[in-house]
Write a protein that binds this ligand. Structure first.
Ligand code: ZN
Length: 218
């Protein structure tokens, strides 16, 4: 069978003028098996990458056969704050997809070279223009089906005045009875708020780590 023959053997046969058609067929076949989508390029050298399990690993990775770089994909961190003024919580209405028009705690993707607290404070400033005093990390939530980890710090607002950024339609304070529970953008936000209002009754805010498994029921 053609596939069982090695490429060097077929190249030798080609050089001697035999099996030209067969070598063309087998090379086309090999290329189609090994080829990854055209948009997947190596960030080191620009060559196309191949998705395969590297030696000693257990999961498929994007591997560059030209320079040897293995491109690992890992979960993303989303950091934000639950910022409070008197008995009210700061929420932002999203001006971007996903969940345009829905309410969220100010939060966003962590950048390289910053701490989790710096990320949470920066996102609060960018999305709400809110000046805050950072308190402790309050919730840490694994969301494995979207490969994200969400963390929310409690924070104290230094002023009730906001200056929302481009990603926010509106930033405002909500008392517990005013929270738009049916218009919250993310389950991590909902569950963080639920814990907060329950804990506030006791005046004690223990660190909470939990998971949200799978997409929401439709
Ligand atoms: Zn490369």
């Amino acid at each position: 069978m053609v596939i069982a023959e090695s490429i060097p053997t077929l190249l030798q046969q080609a050089r001697t003028g035999t099996h030209i058609c067969r070598i063309k067929c087998v090379m086309t076949s090999s290329a189609s098996l090994m080829q990854t989508p055209a948009q997947n390029f190596c960030r080191q050298c620009g060559q196309t990458v191949e998705t395969r399990v590297p030696p000693g690993d257990s999961l498929p990775r994007q591997c560059c056969n030209h320079c040897g770089t293995i491109h690992y994909e890992n979960p993303k961190m989303v950091l934000g704050t639950l910022a409070v003024w008197e008995d009210k919580v700061l929420l932002c209405r999203r001006a971007i997809e996903p969940r345009y028009g829905l309410w969220t705690l100010p939060a966003g993707f962590m950048e390289n070279s910053e701490t989790t607290a710096e990320a949470a404070q920066r996102e609060t400033d960018e999305e709400a223009g809110a000046q805050i005093e950072m308190l402790d990390l309050y919730t840490l939530i694994s969301v494995p089906h979207i490969s994200q980890i969400h963390g929310f710090y409690r924070a104290r607002l230094l002023s009730p005045d906001f200056n929302p950024g481009e990603e926010t339609l509106e930033a405002r304070l909500f008392a517990e009875a005013e929270i738009p529970w049916e218009e919250l953008a993310f389950r991590t936000v909902r569950q963080t708020l639920q814990h907060y209002f329950a804990d506030r009754k006791t005046g004690h805010y223990p660190f909470r780590s939990f998971d949200i498994i799978g997409p929401p029921p439709k």
